[in-house]
Design a protein around this ligand. Structure first.
Ligand SMILES: NC(=O)c1ccc[n+]([C@@H]2O[C@H](COP(=O)([O-])OP(=O)(O)OC[C@H]3O[C@@H](n4cnc5c(N)ncnc54)[C@H](OP(=O)(O)O)[C@@H]3O)[C@@H](O)[C@H]2O)c1
Length: 287
């Protein structure tokens, strides 16, 4: 048992005024759960939810996730307001599409500030609460690009690979406290992710990558026809958390994500096979 069933569960979800986060909040309120929803714009969140705003069960929290003290305060406000905290979802994130050499140090800092520092800020504030009550669930929304990196997505993958590493370590650290950790790995979902509201591009580009420029255009044109349905994605995440059983650490969302991950595992296996004979050559001789 990782969370109580005698009262509505309390969820803390980041990045909620759009996309998957908004869909999660909406479905959780419809279920009757409590939701502390962080956003950079509470107005945008509340107007996007419209009639879904559950009576007293929504706590919109306008916060900059990069600000450690502000994040600590909103986690405290959540437990003060609802008297509980059961599920923490690190969902906030954005895409960045550029070649490695086109990526400025500011681009790197901005991405890691949101996807790594922000997630750490939330975890540092929330994990002690879950640990003391010996129950809870942490859900970190990564991407299939947290498992495999492709041209143009290097910085985004750097953030998501880091989030995956943190999640794996956290799962091992918290297992004895009855706290589960889940990494969600979506493929392309029909959210705002590929719109100019969300997707970021480099300030300066190089002529050396015409293929990447075409890829950016293709991605912008993909908006509206991505395979993944955010409503089904949010429902899968909720079902995974609510279902009280041993589930794998990673939850892939979308057949595209599953195919990319399968190809990564095959390539990794081939690489391991190729170095099986040579890897032990660097060991000190035994005896
Ligand atoms: N859609 C996809 O194809 C896809 C695929 C794989 C993984 N994902 C991941 O799924 C998660 C949700 O994305 P989505 O698809 O729902 O995209 P979305 O519609 O663009 O929503 C992203 C959410 O993240 C928050 N966010 C964006 N930039 C931020 C920033 N600089 N600082 C703080 N918060 C920021 C926003 O929250 P506020 O505006 O409310 O602050 C927004 O609600 C992300 O972590 C994304 O990387 C998405």
């Amino acid at each position: 048992m990782t969370r109580p069933t005698h009262r509505p569960a309390t969820w803390f979800v980041t990045g909620t005024s759009r996309g998957l986060g908004l869909e999660l909040v909406s479905q959780l309120l419809q279920r009757g759960d409590n939701v502390a929803a962080t956003t950079r714009s509470a107005d945008r969140l509340v107007s996007a939810l419209g009639a879904d705003v559950g009576a007293g069960r929504l706590l919109p929290l306008e916060v900059d996730l990069r600000d450690e003290e502000a994040v600590t305060q909103v986690v405290r406000r959540t437990t003060d307001h609802f008297g509980s905290l059961d599920v923490v979802v690190n969902n906030a994130g954005y895409g960045f599409l550029a070649a490695v050499e086109e990526t400025s140090s500011q681009d790197v800092r901005d991405m890691l500030d949101v996807q790594v520092v922000g997630a750490y800020n939330v975890l540092r504030a929330a994990v002690p609460v879950l640990r003391r009550q010996k129950s809870g669930h942490v859900v970190n929304v990564s991407s299939v690009l947290g498992l495999t990196a492709v041209a143009g997505w290097g910085l985004y993958s750097a953030g998501k690979f880091a989030l995956e590493a943190i999640s794996e370590a956290l799962a091992a650290e918290l297992a004895d406290f009855g706290i589960r950790v889940t990494i969600v790995e979506p493929g392309y979902f029909r959210t705002s992710f590929l719109t100019t509201d969300s997707l970021r591009l480099p300030e300066a580009t190089s002529d050396a990558y015409p293929g990447l420029r075409a890829m950016v255009q293709d991605h912008l044109e993909l908006q509206g026809s991505q395979l993944g349905d955010p409503a089904r994605g949010a429902a899968r995440i909720i079902e995974h958390v609510v279902r009280d059983e041993d589930a794998p650490l990673r939850v892939l969302l979308g057949s595209d994500a599953h195919a990319y991950a399968t190809a990564k595992v095959a390539a990794l296996q081939e690489n391991l096979d190729h170095t099986r004979e040579t890897a032990p050559l660097t060991d000190f001789p035994v005896g």
